[in-house]
Design a binder for this molecule. Structure first.
Ligand code: MEV
Length: 322
C-alpha cells in the first residue's frame, strides 16, 4: 500500500442542454483542463480527516480546514461519500484526505463533482481497489445529491470519463467523437450562487409554464442532436449558433443573469461563433466558442465587461491516478 495516493479530476463545461437534462433531456458536455486534486493517506481506524488548500472554502482565508468524520460541516457531503466508499469495500482503516483545486467554486464548472471524483480515484489507488467507472459514478452521486438536491449526474460523469460526452439520466453517457479543436474561453462573472437553488428555480418555472416547457424540450432535443453532428463534423460555427439558441432558451426559463448576459454579448461582439451560460447559471461562468484567432479579443472583451476569462482546452483523459 503506497504512503499516499493522488487522484486528479477535470472540471466540465456544458456545451448545450443544462437544466433540461435534470428532467431527462440529453445534454452535451466536455471535460476541460482545470483540475481538482486529492491526496489520500492512512489515518487511525474510524477517522476521516479532510483538509483543503486553496479551495476558497475556508471562512477566514486560512490555509486549511480540518474535519474528522463530521457529516454536517462544509466537507460533510464528501465525508458521507468517503464513508460510503469505505463501507462498500469493508475497510475499517481511517483516511486522511488533502484537497486542492484550480476550479472556481459554485461557478458552473463542476468543482464539487471534480473534487468528489478526485477523492474516489485517490482512495481506490490507496487501497488497491479497481473501481469501475460506473461504481465511481454511483459513489460520487452520494455527495452530489447532498449538495445539489436533484442533480442529473452530468457533472461527475464528464469528470470521470473526460472528452466530450452526450448524457441523459435515463440513457447514461456516450463518448462523442470530436473533429478538430474546441477553442473555448470561459468567462467568470465572479458572482457565486447555489446550484441547488438554481435547479429548483428552473424546475419550478418549467412546471408552472407547461407550454413553454414543451416547446423548449422539443427544441433542446434538436439542439443536442445538432451539436453532436457539429462536433463529429468539426463544424464549430454551427455549434456556436446552436449555443446561442440554447442561451435564448435558458434566458427564457430564468437561468441567466445580467452579469452573464453582459459577458455573452461582449464575447459575440469580439467575434465568438456562439456564447452561453454553462452549468446552473444565475451567475457563475459562461463559455464562448471562438475561431482560434479571435480568442485573444474575446478574453479582452470579457475582461472589459467585468469578467475573469480563462482559456481552456478539452481534457481527453478524464479522472486518473497520478
Ligand atoms: C449543473 O452543472 C448542470 C445542471 O443541469 C444541473 C445538473 O444537471 O445536475 C443545472
Amino acid at each position: 500500500m503506497p504512503a499516499r495516493s493522488v487522484g486528479l479530476a477535470p472540471a466540465k463545461a456544458i456545451l448545450v442542454g443544462e437544466h433540461f437534462v435534470v428532467s431527462g433531456a440529453m445534454a452535451i458536455a466536455i471535460a476541460i483542463n482545470l483540475y481538482a486534486k486529492a491526496s489520500a493517506g492512512l489515518a487511525p481506524r474510524g477517522s476521516i480527516a479532510i483538509s483543503a488548500k486553496g479551495l476558497g472554502m475556508c471562512e477566514d482565508g486560512a490555509e486549511s480546514l480540518r474535519e474528522s468524520g463530521s457529516e454536517s460541516g462544509p466537507f460533510g457531503p464528501l465525508v458521507s461519500m468517503v464513508k460510503a466508499f469505505l463501507e462498500r469495500y469493508g475497510i475499517e482503516q481511517g483516511v486522511d484526505i488533502r484537497l486542492s483545486s484550480e476550479i472556481p467554486l459554485s461557478a458552473g464548472l463542476g468543482s464539487s463533482a471534480a473534487i468528489a471524483v478526485s477523492i474516489l480515484v485517490a482512495l481506490s489507488s490507496l487501497f488497491g481497489i479497481r473501481l469501475e467507472r460506473e461504481e465511481m459514478f454511483e459513489l460520487a452521486f452520494v455527495s452530489e445529491r447532498i449538495l445539489h438536491g436533484n442533480p442529473s449526474g452530468i457533472d461527475h460523469a464528464t469528470s470521470i470519463y473526460g472528452g466530450a460526452i452526450a448524457y441523459s439520466p435515463s440513457r447514461g453517457f456516450r463518448r462523442l467523437p470530436v473533429a478538430g479543436e474546441i477553442s473555448l474561453v470561459v468567462g467568470d462573472t465572479l458572482k457565486r450562487r447555489s446550484t441547488k437553488e438554481q435547479i429548483l428555480k428552473v424546475q419550478d418555472f418549467l412546471k408552472r409554464n407547461p407550454e413553454i416547457a414543451r416547446e423548449a424540450f422539443e427544441r433542446i432535443r434538436e439542439i443536442s442532436e445538432g451539436a453532436i453532428s457539429c462536433l463529429e463534423g468539426g463544424d464549430m460555427e454551427g455549434l456556436g449558433e446552436l449555443m446561442n439558441e440554447n442561451q435564448a432558451l435558458l434566458s427564457k426559463v430564468g437561468a441567466s443573469s445580467e452579469e452573464l448576459d453582459r459577458l455573452i454579448e461582449a464575447s459575440i461582439a469580439a467575434g465568438a461563433f456562439g456564447a452561453k451560460l454553462t452549468g446552473a447559471g444565475g451567475g457563475g461562468c459562461m463559455i464562448a466558442l471562438g475561431p482560434p484567432d479571435a480568442l485573444g479579443a474575446i478574453e479582452e472583451s470579457i475582461r472589459r465587461a467585468g469578467g475573469t476569462p480563462y482559456r481552456v482546452k478539452m481534457d481527453d483523459m478524464g479522472s486518473r491516478a497520478c
